[in-house]
Ligand binder design. Structure first.
Ligand code: FAD
Length: 322
């Protein structure tokens, strides 16, 4: 079987977690299908992380140029469509990220390959991929099968797969020069401005203490923040907390917020609407505190307390301080 390709994503000189997650999934599929795993890296001349990738793939196709230090939309589409046309991979995995959302649809058009976006699971049945996607804002799952095609493009939702310490390589490194006939890029990156600069990155937190409308009032957030600090956790929240401007958008978990994958997720006064639960699919242990024993969060929680959240916060603080 032809290889599984993983398009490596990086930013500001750092490998993005999604790259390692896709390499982990590619490794699993590769073992099942007896297919090789090829990582494709478009990067700047000085960018490192080649070794980190090489242990996780059988082959690393790498093209380096000053212009590729930052994501270059025109060049990436052109280079990757040529690489796909030449190597004819069975599957090409691309992150369902802002970077991937610019890249993948254009690649589908250029290569004539079918594309499935925002996939949470990938299997191969009778030589064709089948993927699982969430629809209706996470209320339902749909299974998508592809018609026969020379190869398939699949966008992977960040957090859908773990980033494991797999050992596949050392990869054979294939160096590509930028072709001389490549048209000049029409765009230039001047700088990255992080919308949440100086703020939390809840996607990387190992322990999230998350609050919902049940916290009642903005001033009560201080009590929860004290608990989060004592526990060494990070504060996150449901959408109403952001809508009320109690916490910034960077803290929001869910379909219109962030997908998170902490080891522990403590939900305080969150009902567990499906738009919220869609964001904690990758969480390890979920703990919920809610006054209402019928709150849907309890269906997702591993441990639950039907209680007033303020009483639980005080009891936890006592315990942690004592
Ligand atoms: C297109 C769309 C996108 C959306 N995206 C998101 C998203 O990304 N993230 C998100 O979270 N939501 C999202 N929502 C909103 C979602 O539908 C819910 O309205 C929201 O998640 C509810 O937030 P909540 O659980 O904090 O509030 P509520 O549903 O009001 O629940 C509050 C809970 O607190 C409990 N409670 C109250 N007081 C206490 C107390 N003292 N102690 C213990 N428990 C108490 C109550 O029993 C209740 O269960 C979206 C909605 C739409 C339409």
């Amino acid at each position: 079987m032809a290889d599984i390709f993983v398009v490596i994503e990086h930013r500001l000189g750092e490998l993005r977690e999604i790259s390692l997650q896709m390499l982990t999934k590619a490794d699993e599929l590769g073992r099942k299908l007896s297919a090789g795993v090829t990582a494709v890296l478009l990067a700047g001349p000085e960018d490192g992380f080649e070794n980190e990738i090489a242990v996780r793939a059988d082959r690393l196709i790498v093209c380096r140029h000053d212009r590729l230090k930052n994501y270059d939309s025109d060049w990436s589409k052109e280079l990757l469509s040529r690489i796909i046309a030449e190597h004819q991979p069975f599957l090409t995995l691309i992150g369902h990220t802002p970077w991937g959302l610019d890249l993948a649809p254009a690649l589908a058009v250029k290569t004539g390959r079918p594309l499935a976006t925002d996939c949470l699971e990938i299997a191969v049945t009778d030589g064709r991929p089948e993927v699982i996607r969430q629809i209706y804002g996470g209320k339902m799952f749909s299974r998508i099968a592809f018609q026969e095609a020379p190869g398939y493009l699949i966008m992977v939702r960040p957090g859908a797969f773990p980033a494991e310490q797999i050992q596949r390589g050392p990869a054979q490194v294939v160096k590509l020069e930028v072709p001389s006939d490549l048209a000049p890029s029409r765009r230039e990156v001047f700088e990255y401005v992080d919308s949440s600069a100086g703020e939390v990155d809840i996607t990387q937190a190992e322990l999230l203490v998350s609050i919902g409308r049940g916290v009642g009032d903005e001033e009560n957030i201080l009590l929860v923040k004290e608990l989060a600090d004592l526990m060494g956790g990070t504060l996150s929240c449901s959408r109403p907390v952001v809508d009320k401007h109690w916490l910034s958008k960077a803290h929001q978990v869910g379909t219109s917020g962030k997908s998170v994958k902490p080891k522990v997720y403590l939900a305080l006064g969150i009902s567990g609407a499906f738009q919220h639960l869609a964001g904690i699919g990758g969480a390890g242990v979920v703990l919920a505190v809610n006054k209402d024993d019928k709150a849907p969060i309890f269906r997702r929680a591993d441990y639950g307390a039907v209680a007033d959240l303020f009483e639980v916060i005080e009891a936890l603080k006592e315990k942690l301080k004592g």
